[in-house]
Design a protein around this ligand. Structure first.
Ligand code: GRF
Length: 224
């Protein structure tokens, strides 16, 4: 079997997306190896999930550093100590400096709880309701210097029902996040997903992937 792809996960909170990634690698034959989980808060529950799975953890409290540049420099050093081919943002609530984003160009993924480019930033579920959206969802994208603006890899779409609240949307979107994030990470680990000058490509076809049926385990179709 080829060597697995080393992945470092950054998070600040609950880490349910981390758990989905851990679960997706549990069969022992995965192309993905989660080398470390790094948090900017020592109380992030995701650290406990990592420890329970035997994954190395590090905490870098951003308050201990003199500004963003110093924090991001220390973060890069910590990440690179694990020699990752891919860095995965899983609810990491820090704005990253351009130097950080450039350093991991083409190997830094994020998941965002909206159908980007709609609803960048925070409170996406409430904003989807207020905008009267009939569809909502989540997006995996490569990270660039534009916040939540990097090229899209895959999205999952859910319908918005008339009785939906921000909480009910969050719950259904989260369930979809747990499906598409491990999928995108696996594509990358298998060498099928790359960020090229033409944009992200899956098996040589330009993304984003669309048409991923909510209740199917099928691989989504890449958009032409
Ligand atoms: C998710 O909603 C993700 O889209 C956003 O941060 C949240 C993290 O949730 N980037 P969790 O900590 O993985 O449960």
């Amino acid at each position: 079997m080829p060597r697995p792809c080393n992945v470092v996960v950054l998070l600040s909170g609950t880490g349910s997306n981390l758990q989905a990634l851990i679960d997706s690698t549990a069969d022992g034959e995965s192309s993905v190896r989660i080398a470390a989980v790094i948090a900017n808060r020592s109380d992030a529950y995701g650290l406990q999930r990592a420890q329970a799975a035997g994954i190395a953890t590090r905490v870098l409290e951003h308050g201990d550093y003199q500004g963003r540049d110093a924090f991001d420099a220390a973060l890069m050093e910590a990440i690179d100590g694990f020699d990752p081919q891919l860095v995965v943002l899983a609810g990491f609530m820090r704005i990253l400096t351009p130097a950080f984003v450039r350093h991991y160009h083409g190997r830094l993924l994020n998941i965002h709880p909206s159908l980007l480019p709609r609803h960048k930033g925070l409170h996406t579920h409430q904003r989807a309701l207020e905008a009267g959206d009939t569809e909502h969802g989540c997006s995996v994208h490569f990270v660039t210097e534009e916040l939540d603006g990097g090229p899209l890899v895959v999205q999952a779409v859910i319908p918005v029902h008339s009785q939906d609240t921000a909480a009910s949307l969050a719950q259904r979107v989260h369930a979809q996040e747990h499906r598409i994030y491990p999928l995108a990470v696996r594509w990358f680990a298998e060498g099928r997903l790359q960020l090229t000058d033409a944009g992200p490509q899956l098996d040589g076809v330009v993304l984003p992937a669309t048409g991923y049926p909510i209740n199917s385990k099928e691989t989504p179709c890449a958009a032409p």
